[in-house]
Design a protein around this ligand. Sequence first.
Ligand SMILES: Nc1ncnc2c1ncn2[C@@H]1O[C@H](COP(=O)(O)OP(=O)(O)O)[C@@H](O)[C@H]1O
Ligand SMILES: [Mg+2]
Length: 363
Amino acid sequence: MSQEQTDLRGYIPPNLPLAQTLETKAVLKKAISANVALARLNGATARIPNQAVLINSLVLQEAKDSSEIENIITTHDDLYRSTIDPTNLSQSVKEVRYYGEALRKGFKLVTQNKLLLIKDIIQIQSLLEKNDAGIRKQGGTCLKNDLTDEVIFTPPQLENDIRNALANLEQYINDSELDDIDPLIKMAIIHHQFETIHPFYDGNGRTGRIINILYLVLNELLDLPILYLSRYITTHKTEYYRLLQRVRIDQAWEEWILFMLDGIEQTANQTIQLVHKIDKLMDETAKLIQEKAPKLYSKDLLEVLFIHPYTKIEFTENTLGVSRKTASTYLNKLADLGVLKPIKMGTSKYFINKRFYHLLSGK
Ligand SMILES: Nc1ncnc2c1ncn2[C@@H]1O[C@H](COP(=O)(O)OP(=O)(O)O)[C@@H](O)[C@H]1O
Ligand SMILES: [Mg+2]
């Protein structure tokens, strides 16, 4: 094929599994410590009785961080406030909320079907972008340097090439016998391959990061969808882009895989710390209510405060199945005790679980 024809088609990635040996000594060593960290994370999460506590807070965090990589910037306060009043939202807050929806949908599909198919990935991206454009049909998509506008990389341009590469990726994701290397190494390869195929006009980065977590869940390496690499990627963004590119130029797979495995290990360790802190805070809050307002205390009430860090009377009413009046008494009493901070919003009021909010927002 002539150079011109290649340029027209863009870069066509090699089919998976890759021919070269990826399990070098360094990679195997790192894979072990990443797996150990993940197993410890699963152990830690088992201590929090209500899964919604961790899932809600970490999904929101990830939606925020992953969108931030794409320069969609929001604050924790804006995001939590949108759970209280989902009207008049800014474009960024909407986009982050779509990300959360897409992630949850993906988690549901994978746990139900025990498969992660291309049609699911298309559905995830469509929820994320709120459009049905689907797989790219027209050429012209390329990755450019933000500052210089110089083209860094041209993904496959023809729909047929994109579909073939995706069919191969689908098989690689779902047929564990195709390549018997460690699933964490496979996750790194899958992420790279997906970003290289770049099948959509937009949303490839975010969809690719959702695929990472779904792949871990699919392989039963995670009990809950709570290991998110976006914060790690944001802090190492230049490295992330550089290494994505170096694989294509120099076949630098080892460096890429080590980078991703290190991300898994570091993130798992940070998440374990966070889970411990949440566990401790829930304990302390329970004790305080039991001591100061024993008649009010129930496990369900405690959990409501942690499932919705920003809460309002309706949430408590619905979750606990109590009257509006009772729910209002509960929340106001908790505000008197200093557990919640009441905030006026027009004619209504909402309440913030102060200490939990500070823990989650790092403030
Ligand atoms: N050189 C590169 N090679 C492959 N993928 C890249 C490269 N540079 C960036 N990417 C991927 O492309 C993503 C951005 O693509 P885009 O479709 O705009 O996704 P999103 O809308 O979620 O940002 C990045 O997050 C990264 O994962
Ligand atoms: Mg984009």
